[in-house]
Every structure is written in C-alpha cells, then in structure tokens.
Write a protein that binds this ligand. Structure first.
Ligand code: ZN
Length: 131
C-alpha cells in the first residue's frame, strides 16, 4: 500500500473513533487537532507511560500509542540515543500545526521478534486528553 493510501486508512480509523466516542480522542494541545485516541495506548516494556531525559537533560513524560494517524513522521530513522533498546526513532510532528509532539519508534531487525514492531511515544504535556 502506498504511504498516502495508508495515511488515508489511518485517518478513517481516527474518524470512526471520533464518531463513536469523541471523548476518547487525544489532541494536539496547541491546535486541538486529533492525533490519536485513548484506545491506542499500549504497554512498551511493561508500561503505558515513561519518563526519559535527552542528552541535554530535558525531561519528557511520554505516553506510548500503537498508532497516531494525526502525527506526521519526519526525519531519518536513527538509533542514536534511543530510549527504547532495539528501536530506531524519528520525529513526530502534529500534521496540522507542525508542533513537535514526540517520536515514532520502529523495531530494528535485531530486536526480538516478539516485540511490538512500531509505536509512537508522545509527550504528555503537549497532548490534550479528554476525560
Ligand atoms: Zn497541532
């Protein structure tokens, strides 16, 4: 499937969530664009949420999501300073306003086959979750 077709499919998934259960949507805190939904939260290394610091000592609380159709993936995949062993990362930006919302992780070929092949880790403080 071409990337654009895949993106369309993912948006349909998000649209169906918003039609059935709008309160489940997770939005960009800056522009309110729906980027994912609560039902896509997944445990990575045993937890839905993680706290990490980057090499510049910035601390991030991130939430792991199986998919985030409203997040645009940017940049080259790299394993440099990765927070999840065996996974490469790319930047994830709000597809509407361009705000940096987190990262997209993809399991590398050396990762054990039982691990989740890909997921998003989005910064809690930059998301608006309806409750
Ligand atoms: Zn946004």
């Amino acid at each position: 499937m071409p990337d654009s077709a895949m993106a369309n499919e993912l948006h349909k998934v998000l649209d169906s969530v918003s039609a059935v259960e709008p309160s489940e949507l997770i939005r960009c805190s800056l522009c309110q664009h729906p980027v994912s939904a609560a039902q896509f939260r997944i445990r990575i290394n045993g937890d839905y949420q993680h706290r990490f610091s980057n090499p510049s000592q910035q601390v991030f609380d991130v939430v792991c999501l199986q998919m985030a159709p409203g997040v645009a993936i940017r940049g080259e995949a790299t394993s440099e300073h990765t927070w999840f062993q065996g996974f490469t990362w790319q930047f994830g930006h709000c597809e509407q306003c361009g705000e940096h919302l987190g990262w997209y992780y993809q399991g590398s070929s050396t990762a054990p086959s039982t691990t989740t092949p890909s997921f998003f880790a989005l910064i809690s403080a930059r998301l608006k979750e309806a409750r």
